[in-house]
Design a binder for this molecule. Structure first.
Ligand code: NAD
Length: 240
């Protein structure tokens, strides 16, 4: 039975990924800031729930009392703002959770002794592959995640470990709800018009389902993905 860690697993994509690994029979640890949300993700599936802030070095290190076979650095998020309206505080907070959190998580995973067959998977974004108006801090952080992933992939390649990134377009989660609200406020649109604008970025004309992202993560964690390394897997309906 593989030991799997999913960060930011109290909602959205992380919740779905954690449940997919549990359904596959893996031993799953879910990590995040809110104990109740983690317990809801577990919902009696036997997951281990750990309250951590992934931007805190000590919190992250404490998660790795034993090595994990699969580590999904999923915690992330951010608020849309044009560059001129982005405070240094907001910039630093966005980089802390989306980029430094992945660095701390992967570094601790390797330091704990991840062995052959190990899988490091970062939840990146189509914002890792292209820019966008009013998301400079988020896109900079997510581009940084790809630089981290591609470099770590080369460091671990000879050890039978892989390091990859999943790059979803807009997914049907609370974070996308925030993005819709941001577009609505910035452009003075109705909720429906703002949602349509967000959805229209996907050539398939729909949001990605969290389960579709989870399926990609499970693929990268599967034995068949052993030679897939340093890859950015877009789950975006052709957006990128
Ligand atoms: P979400 O807000 O539902 O989930 C993010 C989770 O991360 C939340 O549970 C939150 O509490 C947790 N988190 C945030 N900061 C944390 C911290 N410092 N320590 C620990 N946990 C923390 O959003 P989501 O859509 O499920 O996002 C999950 C990941 O997918 C994020 O990295 C996000 O950037 C990425 N992503 C989302 C979309 C989308 O459209 N929703 C698209 C591409 C990438």
């Amino acid at each position: 039975m593989r030991r799997v860690l999913v960060t930011g697993a109290g909602s959205g994509i992380g919740r779905e990924v954690a449940r997919a690994f549990a359904a596959a029979g893996d031993s799953v640890t879910v990590a995040g800031r809110r104990a109740e949300a983690l317990a809801e993700t577990d919902g009696g599936r036997g997951m281990v729930c750990r309250v951590v802030d992934v931007t805190r070095e000590d919190d992250v290190a404490a998660l790795f009392d034993a090595p994990f076979d699969v580590v999904v650095a999923n915690a992330g998020g951010g608020r849309a703002a044009r560059l001129a309206d982005t405070s240094l505080e907001a910039w630093n907070a966005t980089l802390a959770v989306n980029l430094t959190g992945v660095f701390l998580t992967f570094r601790a995973a390797l330091a704990a002794g991840m062995g052959p067959g190990g899988r490091l998977i970062a939840m990146a974004s189509t914002a890792s592959l292209k820019g966008g108006a009013a998301i400079a801090a988020y896109a900079a952080a997510k581009h940084g995640v790809l630089g981290l992933v591609r470099s770590v992939a080369l460091e671990v390649a000879r050890r039978g470990i892989t390091c990859n990134a999943v790059c979803p377009g807009y997914v049907d989660t609370p974070l996308t709800g925030q993005a819709v609200a941001g577009v609505q406020a910035r452009l003075g649109l109705s909720e429906q018009a703002a949602r349509e604008r967000v959805v229209s970025g996907n050539p398939m004309g729909r949001l990605i389902a969290p389960a579709e992202v989870a399926a990609a993560v499970l693929f990268l964690a599967s034995p068949g993905a052993a030679p897939v390394n340093g890859h950015a897997l877009a789950i975006s309906g052709g957006e990128t």
